[in-house]
Ligand binder design. Structure first.
Ligand code: C2O
Ligand code: CU
Length: 534
């Protein structure tokens, strides 16, 4: 087994040759052999076979729906670490403990190139599912990594360039849940009271088949929006609960829909975790914004509800952006809920029967039985050491990333994705802390005039901290704690602090609106290992 120091030296050699030989030499070093064969030195706690495969599943009454889905099998290790969701196209939930070593033998059985990304996990570049590693149908990719993340709700999904939107939409996604000793000490609801909820939107044709980007090119500019909300792959989802406290882990697994979540009765939401796991202590929000790719964990207390009563998790109406000259695209529409809300229409309204920013019930909750609660909300879950802006190596000269539109395509600093390209201002040094700023202020000129849209920005390989958010136009952000994806609504700018530890190499940052990502609103950043290559 190689220890950490040796590992740095091995990968450091890759980074050194990169300086002279360009990106392709880095790609050659470790990446090709890592992909095709399990290594002898790696002793996995869990050895999993995972396959992306065409399948059929009953979602709506009547004809089954053709989907693509992940199927898993535990080859070695605790069978309970792989949990299949009954009657769902979603992949198995992979449940692991921090420190465990995981081998995943991924087989591509769909008629398309693909590769799997472990969203939120801190893994070596070659294990991260970058699109340069796509494999064709019939081939295998071996992942081997140690789980170094805190306890939290992570997920996996395909990441081929230009095809992530349709593949995730087709059904390819699953949860990756990490636990650790710290979390176990806290005293949170567990077992059947710890409930993952994957929120997605889909559209179906008369034959119950999935419909994707069928109408207008404009749909790709805005992002695809389905007109039905599915929870864990099921329509009209109802969560049966007892009169007690639940831990709800919500993942927005939608391609481009944003949820402004609120309890139906308007009572405050108790948030206990975000992308990178538990917060230090609970925070309270009247509503919580959840962009594509983001996760939030709630402490949901149903102990005061009478048996037989019902409530719901709502998505409230909100202004999701606009087209037109300076706000002309906005208008009043009866939301039909909570007194009818103001929401953006314009381009958002043309592309779907259920526009981004429309109000609806995400799922219903039925109180079905009485049980005595013994848990109470802990005052503290964890300690999170805050990064200090003054420790950033680019203090006073932070990196800036502009999100806007050029030539009818969404860009980052005017650039679109090229498979191995990394600009000078996208190179960072390993083991440094940096301040990055993303701005979503100018929008861009679309076919029909000025266009402004939300962009959920995701960094691969790292959990970061939000330093500040400005120009805030919406409420319900949970910027406390660890994040790997942050939502920027039009007009907003955000500063984050990110530390580039452990793994050198090429990683992605991109908009997690999957249609934006597929059109190239994605770039590489390179973590250079200057210390060992010097
Ligand atoms: Cu969940 Cu690069 O994505
Ligand atoms: Cu975007």
């Amino acid at each position: 087994m190689i220890n950490r120091r040796q590992f740095f030296q091995v990968t450091g050699a890759g980074a050194a040759s990169l300086l002279t030989g360009g990106i392709s030499s880095l790609v050659n070093i470790k990446e090709t052999n890592a992909a095709s064969n399990p290594s002898d030195e790696f002793l996995p706690d869990l050895d999993i076979a995972l396959k992306a495969t065409p399948s059929e599943i009953s979602i709506l009454p009547g004809n089954p729906t053709s989907v693509w889905r992940f199927k898993g099998k535990m080859l070695k290790g605790n069978q309970a670490s792989l949990i299949n969701i009954e009657r769902s196209y979603l992949g198995p939930i992979i449940r692991v403990h921090r420190g465990e070593k995981i081998r995943i033998r991924f087989t591509n059985d769909i008629p398309d190139e693909t590769i799997v990304h472990w969203h939120g996990l801190h893994v070596p570049a070659v294990m991260d599912g970058h699109p340069r590693f796509v494999i064709p149908q019939g081939k295998e990719y071996i992942y081997e990594f140690e789980v170094r993340n805190r306890a939290g709700t992570y997920w996996y999904h395909p990441h081929p360039h230009g095809r992530t939107g349709p593949q995730v939409y087709g059904g390819l996604a699953g949860l990756f849940i990490v636990s650790d000793d710290e979390e176990k000490m806290v005293g949170l609801p567990s077992g059947g009271y710890d409930i993952p909820l994957v929120i997605q939107d889909r559209s179906f044709d008369n034959n119950n088949q999935l419909v994707y980007l069928s109408r207008h090119h404009m749909e790709q500019m805005t992002g695809f929006l389905g007109d039905r909300i599915l929870v864990n792959g099921k329509p009209d989802f109802i969560l049966p609960v007892a009169t007690r406290v639940y831990r709800l882990r919500l993942l927005n697994g939608s391609n481009s829909r944003i949820y402004k979540m609120s309890w139906q009765d308007g009572s405050p939401m108790t948030v206990i975790g975000t992308d990178g796991g538990l917060l230090e202590k609970p925070v309270y929000r009247r509503n919580v914004m959840l962009g594509p790719g983001e996760r939030v964990e709630l402490w949901a207390d149903f102990s005061s509800y009478p048996v037989g009563s019902e409530t719901a998790l709502m998505s409230l109406p909100f202004d999701a952006g606009m087209i037109g000259n300076g706000g002309m695209g906005q208008g009043m529409m009866g939301g039909g809920m909570m007194g009818g809300g103001r929401m953006g229409r314009g381009m958002m309204g043309y592309s779907s029967a259920l526009p981004n920013g429309a109000g609806f019930s995400m799922f219903r909750i039925k109180v079905t039985r009485r049980e005595k609660e013994t848990l109470s909300l802990p005052e503290q879950f964890s300690t999170i050491k805050r990064y200090q802006a003054s420790d950033a190596v680019n203090l006073g000269n932070h990196r800036r990333f502009r999100l806007d539109m050029r030539h009818m395509a969404w860009t980052i600093n005017g650039r679109t994705f090229q498979i191995e390209a990394v600009a000078n201002d996208e190179k960072v040094q390993m083991n440094t802390l940096e301040e990055w700023e993303f701005t979503n202020e100018n929008g861009g000129m679309g076919m029909m005039g000025m266009m402004n849209m939300p962009h959920p920005i995701h960094l691969h390989g790292k959990q970061f901290q939000v330093l500040e958010r400005r120009g805030v136009t919406h409420n319900g952000y949970v910027d406390e704690g660890w994040k790997d994806t942050v939502l920027l609504m039009p007009g907003e700018r955000i500063k984050i602090l990110v530390h580039f530890g452990d793994y050198p190499g090429l990683f992605l940052y991109h908009c997690h609106n999957l249609e934006h990502e597929d059109m190239g609103m994605m770039r590489n950043y390179l973590i250079e290992n200057a210390v060992t290559s010097a």
